[in-house]
Design a protein around this ligand. Structure first.
Ligand code: EPZ
Length: 417
C-alpha cells in the first residue's frame, strides 16, 4: 500500500500552472460517446479518474490515444452493451454516460455509479429529468434500464441545482425533438465548459453560465477539439497549502472567473490575496484569523474545498464554524485531523474548529479524495512526521501530488508500506 510521508514546518512558495480540471474533462469524455468521429481534448489531467472513465468508454469500443495532456477519443464505431458493475463503481462520474448513451443508442443499461462516500448521492434528479424527456426507466435491483429513442424537448425544473443531473439531462436533450429548458440548472464553471464543448460539436445551447439552459435539438454532431480549463479545486487547495504553511504561492493560469468566490473567503482570514484575470496569489505569515464557512452551489463556496479549508482553520486564531450544506457525510476526515491534535467538534453537518492548535505528526488515513487533501495540508503544518494512508483516493483528483508539493518546498515523499 502506498503512503505519503510529510515532514511539516516548511513554508510552500513558488509559481504553479494548475492541471486541467477533473470535473470538466470527465463529462466531456462521456459526451464523446455522442460523436460519430474523433474528439480531441487538450490539458487533460493525468488522474486515475480519467483512466477509469477511459476504461468505461473502451467498453463500447471507443479508441483512446493519450500523449501527455492530449487525448483523442475515436467513437466512430461503437457497440451497445451494459457496463460491467466494477467499472461503474470506480467513480461517481460514470453516471454521466447515461445521457450520451441515450443520445447515441436510444437506450442505456447502467449499474449505479461509485465515487467518494461523502453522502447518499441519490440520482432522483437524473431520473426525473430523463423521464420528462420521455425516457422509460426501470430500476432492476441496482441496474438502471432505460429506453429513450425519441426524446422530446420539454421544460425541466430541477428541485436542486445538481451538477451531474444538469450534465446528464443536457446531453440527453442535445438531439431531442424540439427544445428543452433546464431551470435551476447547476452553474458550476464545469457546466459552462461542457456547454461550450457541445456547441463546438454542433449543439445549440443558450443561457450558458446561467441557471436556465435553453437547448434546441439538432440533428447531427461532429467531432471537435477543446482545451480543458485549469482545475479550480486543485488551485484552491494549493492556495490553502500556502495559507497553512505560512507560504507564498502564485497560480499563473487561474484567475478571477474561476476562483473569485474562494479568493474573497481566503482574504477574510487576513492573508494577502491578489487576483487578476489570469493569476491568483496567496501570501501568508502563518498568523491568520479563523473564518466561518458554509458550502453552497456555485457561485457559493465549493464543497470540494471545504475539507482543505477546515484543515487550514485548525491553525487559524479563534473559532471557525464550518457548515457543509451539500453532502451529508463530508466531515468524516475531521476524526483523522484530531489524531494530529486538531480541536474539532462535529455535529452532523457542522464542524466547530478551535484554532491555533499545535499539530503533531501522526499516522492518518484518507477515506475520500478531498478529505485526503485536508490531511496532507495538516501534515504540512504539523510538527514532525505525518504518514497519510489511502493515497489512491488522493490520486483520483490531484496528479502526482507529492511532486507538485516538493517543487513548492514541501518535504513529502511517496513510498510503499
Ligand atoms: C459533482 O458531483 C462533482 N463531481 C463533485 O466533486 C462536487 O462535489 C459536486 O458536483 C458538487 O459541486 C464531478 O463533477 C465528477 P451533485 P455530483 O449532483 O454531480 C444531491 C470531487 O471531489 N443530489 O451536484 O455528484 C447530492 O446527494 C467531487 O471532485 C440529489 O439529491 O454532485 C448532493 O447532496 C466530489 N439527487 C447534492 O445534490 C440527485 O439526483 C450535490 O450533488 C443528484 C444529486
Amino acid at each position: 500500500m502506498e503512503v505519503l510521508t510529510i515532514r511539516g514546518g516548511r513554508p510552500l512558495a513558488g509559481t504553479v500552472s494548475v492541471c486541467g480540471g477533473k470535473n470538466a474533462v470527465l463529462p466531456m469524455m462521456a459526451a464523446s460517446l455522442m460523436i460519430k468521429g474523433k474528439t480531441v481534448l487538450h490539458n487533460v489531467p493525468p488522474l486515475s479518474d480519467v483512466e477509469s472513465m477511459s476504461r468505461i468508454l473502451g467498453c463500447f469500443g471507443a479508441k483512446i490515444k493519450r500523449e501527455n495532456e492530449d487525448m483523442e477519443i475515436d467513437a466512430s464505431a461503437l457497440t451497445f452493451r451494459s457496463v460491467p458493475e466494477e467499472k461503474m463503481k470506480m467513480i461517481r462520474a460514470s453516471n454521466l454516460i447515461w445521457g450520451p448513451l441515450l443520445d447515441r443508442f436510444g437506450r442505456a443499461e447502467l449499474p449505479y455509479p461509485g465515487g467518494c462516500r461523502i453522502g447518499l448521492r441519490p440520482m432522483d434528479l437524473h431520473f426525473k429529468g430523463m423521464s420528462l424527456l420521455g425516457v422509460a426507466i426501470e430500476d432492476r435491483g441496482g441496474l438502471i434500464f432505460s429506453r429513450g429513442y425519441k426524446r422530446k424537448g420539454t421544460t425541466i425544473c430541477l428541485d436542486y441545482p445538481s451538477v451531474g443531473a444538469t450534465e446528464n439531462i443536457l446531453m440527453a436533450a442535445v438531439r431531442a425533438d424540439g427544445s428543452t429548458v433546464i431551470r435551476n440548472a447547476a452553474r458550476e464553471p464545469e457546466i459552462a465548459e461542457l456547454c461550450l464543448f457541445l456547441n463546438r460539436c454542433g449543439a445549440s445551447i443558450r443561457g450558458i453560465g446561467g441557471d436556465a439552459l435553453f437547448i434546441d435539438g439538432v440533428r447531427e454532431l461532429r467531432g471537435s477539439e477543446y482545451t480543458v480549463l485549469p482545475d479550480r479545486i486543485v488551485g484552491g487547495t494549493l492556495l490553502l497549502s500556502a495559507l497553512i504553511s505560512a507560504g507564498d504561492i502564485i497560480l499563473n493560469n487561474i484567475g478571477f472567473d474561476q476562483l473569485s468566490n474562494v479568493a474573497s473567503k481566503l482574504a477574510e482570514t487576513g492573508a494577502e490575496v491578489t487576483i487578476d484575470e489570469h493569476s491568483l496569489r496567496l501570501k501568508s505569515n502563518g498568523r491568520y484569523r479563523g473564518v466561518d464557512l458554509r458550502t453552497m452551489p456555485y457561485p457559493g463556496f465549493p464543497t470540494d474545498l471545504q475539507p482543505p479549508f477546515t484543515a487550514a482553520m485548525t491553525k487559524a486564531a479563534g473559532v471557525s464554524v464550518i457548515k457543509e450544506d451539500i453532502f451529508e457525510h463530508r466531515l468524516e476526515f475531521c476524526s483523522e485531523l484530531k489524531k494530529l491534535g486538531a480541536k474539532i467538534s462535529v455535529d452532523g453537518r457542522i464542524a466547530v474548529v478551535k484554532g491555533r492548535t499545535d499539530l503533531v505528526g501522526a499516522e492518518v488515513e484518507a477515506t475520500d479524495l478531498r478529505g485526503g487533501a485536508a490531511l496532507i495540508l495538516a501534515g504540512l503544518a504539523a510538527e514532525g512526521c505525518t504518514v497519510v494512508k489511502g493515497v489512491s483516493y488522493i490520486d483520483r483528483g490531484y496528479p502526482a501530488v507529492e511532486r507538485c508539493l516538493c517543487r513548492l518546498g514541501a518535504d513529502i515523499s511517496r513510498s510503499e508500506k
